[in-house]
Design a protein around this ligand. Structure first.
Ligand code: 3PG
Length: 306
């Protein structure tokens, strides 16, 4: 049996070594396709794979059609909006993710970008501090919880909105539950976005919400660019010269926006949130173990497909 790791943005080498060890100890062959530049390379490589490990790589109908032996796809990470779940099911393929494995890395990047924003991108001018400020967390999942933990260390007051999370789970973590998205944006100088990209959430954060933020507000997006209504974002930043937006991956409007607002925005050139050795090891090895568990024992504990 063959496990293919196909990563346009590769794992750290140490993570690949760990993945290989898990596969080979189980008696499986590990194949590696890294930094591929052409979809055809993926389609060729997946042809005889029994399991596929990916990151944000697009796994669509073409991939499932090409993958005649495929039984399981594991997204080494949290968000699986890159995988066509319905088509996977139609092809008899199970899809899993590795929840929580890279969440600390993403949460640390939230603060890396936030401090940079309030120190004016380290341009030498006087900035502000996080201590005593209010942070609103939009979705209290694995990343949101890590963000709350770190925010406490900075001495911030933390609120969170998450219709799927009981209030008690927030209060136990020292976080004040908020029950409307408007209240979250209105009452926090900092808002950190952690919602997945779904048909309901896409373009859900626009001018009306962003301009509710208090003076000097900073919006931090380490989730997905698709959840932002980019016209609304541009309008909000034009109307409110006090607001800032930092995001892990460029919005489509970056080239138009950047000359207008300069250092009030910052975008990573590639999605960097999970790009640490630790997160690669955690998510990569978890993915390899999940492939083995499924191929050998039919265990699909982290199944996200129906
Ligand atoms: C995730 O959903 O886990 C993160 O966005 C990480 O994505 P990446 O593996 O492409 O860095």
């Amino acid at each position: 049996m063959k496990i293919l790791v196909a990563t346009e943005k590769p794992f750290a080498a140490v993570a690949v070594d760990g993945i290989r060890k898990v596969a080979e100890e189980a008696g499986y062959e590990l194949c590696l396709l890294e930094k591929y530049t052409d979809r055809q390379q993926l389609l060729d490589a997946v042809a005889d794979a029994d399991a596929l490990i990916v990151r944000s790589d697009i796994v669509d109908n073409d991939v499932f059609d090409a993958a005649k032996q495929l039984k399981v796809v594991v997204r080494a990470g949290a968000g699986y909006d890159n995988i066509d779940l319905a088509t996977a099911t139609a092809h008899g393929v199970v899809v899993e993710n590795t929840p929580g494995q890279n969440s600390n890395a993403v949460a640390e990047l939230v603060f890396g970008m936030t401090v940079m924003a309030i120190r004016n991108m380290y341009n030498g001018t006087s900035g502000t501090e996080l201590k005593g400020k209010r942070l609103g967390i939009q979705a209290f999942g694995q990343v949101g919880r890590n963000v709350a933990r770190i925010a406490k260390g900075f001495g911030m007051d933390v609120m969170a909105l998450d219709p799927y999370c009981p209030d008690e789970a927030m209060t136990e973590a020292g976080v004040t539950p908020v029950h409307s998205v408007e209240d979250l944006y209105k009452n926090n100088e900092f808002v950190s976005i952690h919602i997945p990209a779904t048909p309901e959430t896409k373009k859900s954060i626009g001018r009306d919400l962003i301009t509710l933020m208090p003076k000097g507000g900073v919006l931090i997006n380490t989730a997905r660019k698709e959840v932002i209504d980019e016209d609304g974002l541009m309008q909000a930043l034009a109307e409110r010269p006090d607001l800032k937006y930092v995001a892990d991956i460029k919005p489509d409007c970056a080239d138009e926006l950047k000359p207008k607002v300069g250092d009030r925005v910052f975008f990573t050139p590639k999605k960097m949130g999970a790009q640490t050795a630790e997160a690669n090891i955690n998510a990569g090895i978890a993915a390899a173990r999940q492939c083995v568990a499924y191929l050998r024992d039919g265990i699909d504990r982290f199944k996200v497909s129906k």
